[in-house]
Design a protein around this ligand. Structure first.
Ligand SMILES: [Zn+2]
Length: 172
């Protein structure tokens, strides 16, 4: 009986990628996001960000751990999307996850959208900028209390703006 349950669970896992929910995108933090998504073709971002940032933001690549200085950024400020400059995370919600990627306990409400991706065998929650749709990272459930969330971000997909500095104008 136990064996059958195990086999059934495995069968359920193998059909999971076929569930259409994998393409559903959901904005986090608010029922309706105040952010209007841009309809800018990906190729137009090529001239605005570095080649490596383009791979991460618009081809969903992942940077090597420890490769971004933002892992060690501890000053007060705001982390904005490296492509369109939408503020995505506040420094108050950054924490040391010891993974080698900048990690946060929560994003700025309404500024991030998620979808499930099946690049690995198991489904993962991918998240991206709600404005330009640039890929930022993945959300995991092993973060610190009370929310238990770990927003694991590519450093190159972010730009840090010190609290004393003015936020850059949103790109359109
Ligand atoms: Zn963006």
């Amino acid at each position: 009986m136990k064996r059958r349950t195990l086999l059934q669970s495995f069968a359920a896992l193998t059909v999971l990628p076929l569930i259409p929910a994998c393409s559903r995108s959901q904005v986090i933090g608010e029922a309706s996001s105040p952010i209007i998504p841009l309809n800018k073709p990906n190729k137009e971002w090529r001239d605005l960000v570095s080649p490596r940032a383009y791979q991460i933001l618009f081809e969903e690549a992942t940077e090597r751990p420890e490769s971004s200085n933002l892992v060690y950024e501890e000053r007060e400020g705001t982390f904005v999307c490296a492509a369109c400059y939408l503020p995505l995370f506040e420094s108050a919600h950054k924490y040391e996850s010891w993974t080698g990627w900048p990690s946060f306990t929560q994003p700025i409400a309404g500024h991030i959208a998620t979808k499930l991706d099946f690049k690995m065998i198991w489904p993962r929650t991918e998240y991206h900028c709600a404005h330009c749709r640039g890929h930022q990272g993945h959300l995991f459930s092993d973060g610190p209390p009370p929310r238990g969330e770990r927003w694991c971000n590519n450093g190159i997909a972010l730009r840090f703006v010190l609290k004393e500095e003015e936020l850059p104008a949103l790109r359109t």
